[in-house]
Design a protein around this ligand. Structure first.
Ligand SMILES: [Zn+2]
Ligand SMILES: [Zn+2]
Length: 68
């Protein structure tokens, strides 16, 4: 889930200019997946779970679904 040629200051600027508080973003990415139990942040932009640390997700989850 690495962002290539990351310009974090640009991203930071976008977040700051948006209406979204960083705390809200964090809670958004902390929502767990109904399929595999991993946080949203472990899933890539299309919703496929990439697992945690060096362990791949063994549920084969490829479609993030919030556990709420
Ligand atoms: Zn997973
Ligand atoms: Zn998942």
């Amino acid at each position: 889930m690495m962002i290539e040629t990351t310009d974090f200051s640009k991203i930071h600027e976008k977040i700051t200019n948006s209406e979204i508080p960083v705390g809200d973003l964090i809670s958004y990415f902390r929502v767990k997946c109904k399929h595999c139990g991993h946080h949203r942040i472990m899933h890539d932009s299309v919703g496929k779970c990439e697992g945690v640390m060096n362990k791949p997700c063994n549920s084969g989850c490829d479609n993030f679904s919030p556990e709420i």
